[in-house]
Ligand binder design. Structure first.
Ligand SMILES: C[S@@+](CC[C@H](N)C(=O)[O-])C[C@H]1O[C@@H](n2cnc3c(N)ncnc32)[C@H](O)[C@@H]1O
Length: 210
């Protein structure tokens, strides 16, 4: 019977190798074909592997994976956990679930809440990385807690203005968590009003609690 090769989607955690599961490390080390961001490939790739950088041409990346799958397994590296805003969604748009094995990773959102010693079971976890969030999730209600992935356009200063428009009090507590797990990690605490005037923290987890 013909062998069916697989796509193995590996969550590499927030960045530092310290936060990578042993099964993920073994899978990456054994990979012949590795697909991932430049940063991920620089950190986890090795010279004997065929590599493909995930760039803006997602269709091109999917075509590359499909071509390689005819004769090899393909390991796809994604940051954090594959189930939380990753390339897995695009892969599932092209390939059946049976073709895909997922190895979970520690999400940046998990690590942010861990750093604050806060539970996240009662938080709404959303991404404004390249996307908008629904009004209903953003609207203030007492006890509401948010964990938000940010980007250069939807940066914390911008998101803070959006939250004030959605009824959040100026005194709400905000933590901006950036470069989590790296040596230059920063977790900055401030109010929502102060966040509107805080530049930077563009690729962060922004935790908000009233
Ligand atoms: C495409 S999303 C990927 C999320 C990922 N799947 C996860 O579970 O963390 C990229 C966003 O995740 C967040 N992120 C990823 N790694 C991070 C880190 N080490 N520190 C802070 N935020 C991070 C940033 O908001 C970044 O813009």
């Amino acid at each position: 019977m013909e062998h069916t090769y697989k796509i193995i989607v590996v969550g590499i955690g927030p960045g530092s190798p310290d936060y990578v599961l042993p099964i993920a490390s073994r899978t990456i080390a054994g990979a012949k074909v590795l697909v991932g961001s430049k940063r991920a490939l620089d950190t986890f790739g090795s010279a004997n592997q065929v590599i493909r950088i995930i760039d803006k041409d997602i269709k091109g990346v999917l075509d590359f994976i499909e071509g390689r799958l005819a004769c090899q397994d393909v390991v796809v590296l994604v940051s954090g956990d594959p189930g939380f805003y990753s390339m897995l969604a695009a892969l599932r748009g092209r390939f059946a679930a049976e073709r895909i094995t997922v190895i979970p990773g520690i999400s940046s959102a998990q690590l942010a809440f861990a750093r604050l010693a806060e539970v996240w079971q009662d938080a709404a976890l959303i991404s404004m990385h390249g996307r908008q969030a629904a009004d209903d999730v953003l609207r203030y209600r007492p006890g509401h807690k948010l964990g938000i992935l940010t980007d250069t356009q939807h940066n914390p200063a911008h998101i803070a203005c959006v939250l004030l428009e959605h009824g959040w009090p100026e005194t709400a507590c905000v933590w901006l968590c950036t470069n989590l797990s790296y040596d230059n990690e920063v977790v900055a605490a401030m109010t929502l009003a102060e966040t509107t005037g805080t530049p930077g923290f563009e690729h962060s987890v922004m935790v908000v609690k009233a």
